[in-house]
Write a protein that binds this ligand. Structure first.
Ligand code: TXA
Ligand code: MG
Length: 348
């Protein structure tokens, strides 16, 4: 059966949300919008629903699911202990793109937590989704609503492209604002540790208390704290190479590609400034102005998906620096490119 698209409007809040809540409570799957990416929702307290989610995504079941709650008041139902730092983080960043890992209560089945003794909780900003969680009366497990390994969906169309026929419905509330998945953190010995960079940046977390990146994530030992970080992710069909470091040198490297091969088979994923220097017929997706990293984040997955519909055999991308949300952008590009990131030095 085709997946239904339910728009967020007056009748959504009056009736649709209760119908969808019932489907979820009874073990069905419904995709929902958030400020980060679209999630593939199922009852987080139901082991069978978790299994259905893994099956719909084609995802390995040792990769735990984020559990979405509608507010702060639900947290104690699912976690053993909320420390003072976690409390401060919730107060400052919820609802929002911050996922916090806690020791879990038994009510969260192992199927949802991927066998871990912890659970990752997040309260999304999207009002339609918080209403859906309330209507369901259960927390929603929600990985990104894409087939495992593909870029995460930031529109309902992206969700339907991967999930049509595999889930009951998708709640369509337009494109996601941020466009990259939430920041995932845990508190270890009084220190905030970032397991996955995202919209809440390291700099923002450092205002709350000592915060650092998970060292496994930085050196990529294959044992990251967020198990999902070890899988190949976000990859477009054609191989991607990203140039970053000194901006002018990186742009120059990308422009050289025009003369190296058949330009009709190359995709360019670049800033507006660099795009202006490319031939007019080049296959190009502009992620935004160089200084506008929010726009880069917002367009990243849409850009990667765009090239899947183009006859390109190779994609060259222009990266950004690590400050602020740049860290999350470069983390996703590293995965999408299988580590093909070239750091250019300034020409002297
Ligand atoms: O923005 C987001 O977080 C989106 C939206 C839908 O909320 N969700 C999302 O879920 O990105 P997913 O499943 O694609 O990524 C979840 C990540 C995985 O890398 C997983 O390993 C990690 O969260 N994770 C889940 N539970 C964990 C836990 N208990 N400890 C450490 N990492 C955990
Ligand atoms: Mg995902």
């Amino acid at each position: 059966m085709d997946t239904k698209r339910i728009h967020v409007n007056e009748s959504y809040y009056k009736e649709e949300v209760f119908k969808l809540g019932k489907i979820l409570r009874e073990g069905g799957l419904v995709a929902f919008p958030t400020e980060t990416v679209y999630g593939l929702g199922g009852n987080a307290l139901d082991a069978d629903a978790a299994k259905k989610i893994y099956a719909a995504k084609g995802r390995p079941s040792d990769n735990p699911l984020i559990v979405h709650v509608s507010g702060r008041d639900e947290v104690e139902k699912y976690v053993e202990h909320v420390g003072s730092i976690e409390n401060k983080l919730i107060e400052k960043f919820w609802p929002g793109p911050l996922t916090i890992v806690f020791p879990k209560k038994d009510i969260i089945p192992k199927e949802t937590s991927g066998g871990l003794d912890t659970v990752a909780l997040r309260c999304p900003q999207n009002a339609a989704t918080r209403a859906l969680i309330k209507a369901a009366g259960v927390p929603l497990a929600g990985p990104s609503a894409n087939i495992s390994g593909r870029p995460s969906p930031t529109t309902a169309d992206d969700v339907l492209h991967d999930m049509n026929g595999r889930i009951s419905a998708v709640v369509d509330d337009g494109p996601c604002n941020i466009g990259l998945e939430s920041t995932i953190i845990g508190v270890e010995n009084g220190e905030i540790v970032v397991y996955r960079p995202g919209g809440i940046t390291l700099e923002m977390l450092q205002e709350i208390g000592p915060a650092r990146m998970d060292s496994n994530l930085i050196v990529d030992t294959g044992h990251p704290k967020a198990p999902g970080m070890k899988y190949r992710h976000y990859a477009p069909k054609a191989p991607l190479t990203v140039y970053t470091g000194d901006r002018d040198s990186a742009a120059a490297k990308i422009l050289e590609k025009v003369h190296e091969g058949d330009v009709s088979k190359i995709g360019f994923f670049v800033s507006e400034e660099t795009a202006k220097m490319l031939p007019e017929d080049a296959i190009c997706y502009i992620w935004g102005k160089r200084e506008d990293k929010e726009s880069f984040a917002h367009n990243l997955f849409t850009g990667l998906l765009y090239f899947n519909e183009q006859p390109v055999e190779q994609i060259y991308g222009e990266g950004t620096d690590q400050a602020g949300i740049g860290r999350a952008i470069m983390n996703r590009l590293k995965k999408a490119s299988g580590g093909h990131i070239v750091v250019e030095e300034k020409e002297t």
